[in-house]
Ligand binder design. Structure first.
Ligand SMILES: C[S@@+](CC[C@H](N)C(=O)[O-])C[C@H]1O[C@@H](n2cnc3c(N)ncnc32)[C@H](O)[C@@H]1O
Ligand code: SF4
Length: 390
């Protein structure tokens, strides 16, 4: 299924998804990574080296240290809700509660907040504290079912499922929406169906299944478990999608009350991320920048050594009332990419002697503005005399 087809299918099926997912797909959710601390040791844990095991906070891609920065990021991204993730947010409960309260108080109670955790540290006191903050949705990842009890005996898994069901019932007493969210482990459909049936009986309405993905941190571990990549252009693991689809089909065909949603990795990278970038791009783009369909920002950049070398160019821009910006520290002028292309073309036709370099730059609209592509338009020719002087 291509991305466009998937987006249309999802839009039609939106009402069947938890509100947290609906906002996430539309790019309206801020991803609040509240801590990298976690002691579950999942063999498939995809968290990056930069974050794993570190007590750091990120609001989307931005490393933050305060609630004010988190609120600022929500405003810049036009967020209508937040997904609190980690690590395990329950291992930093006070911080988690402070952030939820601050977001609810700044953006109103309709600002939808969901939180990811595992059953391990759930107890009544923590749930009560979370309920007081106004948390809307909790997502439980039953890690042990996929780690310690993976391929264990049926009895062991049933024992764990009993514990899981009790924990989920406790969650339901405190939090309005309780979702179970799991990775789709290839060929584990029988066991996942067993899990689905147990949580369905407990009254859970939503089961989210994520396509298993590899990252720089879990690749070796997944390989050692016998899992391989599906192709060389994505991070998908072979067989994960087939397993998830079998589970979805099983519950659909029996007319179950459990709504099983499969979240493929293209949904995260191609739709959710794109929509989130588009929203931020619209808020941060300078008047001379162009926003691409993927939510990236394109600008023209002129790089000079002396301001006098760009005098003619500045005169052209001023005369034509074209917006631009000069960064004297970086010795750069930023302007509309199409305008720059046109000016360079005309100057080349007129055999202009360029004393500057110019290129088109494409970058993320995120706080670090990571550049993804640079297309040179003109490269300043330097004489040996110039180079010796440098
Ligand atoms: C990345 S975790 C973040 C929150 C928290 N650390 C947890 O594991 O619940 C969010 C969800 O991703 C899923 N997940 C974990 N590892 C994954 C992987 N390698 N590929 C795809 N999904 C994964 C789990 O089902 C989990 O519910
Ligand atoms: S619970 Fe989440 S953060 Fe913790 S090890 Fe598992 S996947 Fe990683």
């Amino acid at each position: 299924m291509d991305i466009e087809e998937l987006e249309n299918t999802l839009l039609k099926d939106m009402d069947n998804l938890p509100l947290g997912c609906q906002q996430c797909i539309k790019g309206e959710k801020l991803v609040l990574f509240i801590t990298g601390i976690c002691d579950e040791n999942c063999y498939y844990c995809p968290i990056s080296e930069k974050r794993k095991g570190k007590d750091v906070i990120y609001a989307n891609e931005r490393k933050i240290t305060s609630i004010e920065e988190c609120i600022e990021e929500c405003i810049l991204c036009g967020s209508r809700g937040a997904g609190i993730t980690g690590g395990n947010p329950l291992l930093r409960l006070d911080r988690t509660c402070k952030y939820i309260k601050a977001l609810k108080s700044r953006f109103g109670t309709s600002f939808h907040i969901h939180l990811y955790t595992t059953p391990t540290y759930i107890d009544e006191n923590k749930l009560r504290a979370l309920k007081e903050t106004g948390l809307d949705e909790i997502r439980i990842h039953p890690t042990k079912y996929f780690n310690e009890y993976y391929r264990e005996s049926k009895e062991k898994r049933e024992e764990y499922l009993k514990y899981l069901v009790d924990t989920l019932k406790l969650c339901m007493e405190y939090i309005k929406v309780v979702v179970v969210e799991i990775p789709s482990i290839p060929n584990y459909e029988k066991e996942i169906i067993q899990l689905g049936e147990a949580i369905e009986k407990a009254g859970i309405k939503f089961l989210n299944i994520n396509q298993l993905e590899y990252s720089e941190t879990n690749y070796q571990s997944l390989r050692s478990m016998g899992f391989v990549e599906k192709n060389d252009y994505s991070s998908e693991i072979l067989g994960s999608e087939e397993t998830a689809k079998k589970v979805v089909e099983y519950f659909r065909s029996k007319g179950s009350n459990l709504r099983v949603h499969y979240c493929p990795s293209v949904l995260k990278d191609g739709i959710q991320m794109k929509n989130r970038l588009l929203k931020r791009a619209k808020n941060v783009a300078k008047d001379y920048e162009v926003i691409t369909e993927e939510g990236l920002l394109v600008r023209g950049i002129v790089s000079f050594r002396n301001l006098r070398d760009v005098k003619d160019l500045l005169e052209i821009l001023e005369y034509n009332e074209e917006p631009y910006e000069i960064d004297l520290d970086k010795k750069s002028i930023y302007l509309n990419p199409y305008v720059l292309e046109e000016i360079i073309e005309i100057l080349k036709e007129n055999r202009y002697r360029f004393k500057f370099s110019a290129y088109i730059s494409e970058r993320y609209p995120t706080v670090d503005g990571l550049e993804v592509e640079r297309i040179p338009l003109v490269v300043e020719r330097r004489s040996l005399k110039d180079i010796r002087r440098m």
